[in-house]
Write a protein that binds this ligand. Structure first.
Ligand SMILES: [Zn+2]
Length: 231
């Protein structure tokens, strides 16, 4: 299954063929449906074939695309449409997460995990002393970056080249052994963030609109969790 979303996050309709079908699980020759992974939930949408519409209810790297009923067969020509409203919110949430994490990192806040969703997303981090003011400042800085409408670009790099860049190598270490990796950069003149990433992002930070801090929770002695949304 060729992943179309890696080269174009904005592709929302395409025609392709069913590669494999088994019950309600299918794989396509080409797919822009993002499979759950890297903290980003999967896409939803529809697959149409000969006047019948199949609803996509889940996408995973291992199990392929789950549809609501059987009937598709290998070789079928299909028209696919993404649930764009959901995807576009996840793109804005994802780029917002990169900005927040980069800003927090600069401020010596160690991020330990994150999970995106359409309504609210979360970032987990380690901070000995709870400092709401510090977190609030990070959101202010992140929103300044949003307002500056900074370009978000990507390039593909060979794994061996990624490993030659210290800051990228650190992130690539835990990633699957694939030959070509995608590097997502937020930055024009000024570099905000650069990392190995397979998720979907907006083209420029202005598309995020605004990042809103919802709450900060204590999750153990030095573990904190922050919830945010976009507007
Ligand atoms: Zn990411």
């Amino acid at each position: 299954m060729k992943n179309l979303y890696l080269a174009d996050s904005y592709l929302r309709e395409w025609t392709t063929k069913v590669e494999n079908a088994s019950g309600k699980s299918v794989t396509l020759s080409e797919s822009a449906f993002y499979p759950a992974g890297g903290g980003q939930p999967c896409d939803f949408g529809t697959i149409s074939c000969n006047g019948t519409e199949y609803i996509v209810s889940g996408v995973s790297k291992k199990e392929g695309i789950q549809v609501d009923r059987e009937g598709l067969s290998a070789g079928d020509s299909v028209r696919c449409i993404l649930d764009w409203e959901r995807r576009y919110r996840l793109m804005r949430m994802h780029t917002a997460a990169h900005i927040l994490i980069a800003v927090m990192y600069k401020d010596d806040v160690l991020v330990t995990g994150n999970q995106l969703d359409t309504e609210k997303s979360r970032i987990d981090f380690s901070l000995e002393e709870m400092n709401r003011q510090k977190i609030g400042k990070c959101f202010e800085t992140a929103n300044d970056i949003v307002k500056k409408d900074i370009p978000v670009t990507f390039t593909f790099m060979k794994r061996e080249d990624v490993l030659m860049h210290k800051h990228l190598a650190k992130l690539a270490a835990g990633l699957p052994d694939i030959d070509e990796m995608r590097i997502v950069r937020i930055g024009g003149g000024e570099m905000i963030d650069e990392q190995v990433d397979g998720g979907t992002h907006v083209r420029s930070t202005g598309e995020i609109g605004g990042i809103v801090l919802l709450s900060v929770e204590n999750k153990g002695r030095s573990n904190r969790r922050v919830y945010y949304t976009i507007e």
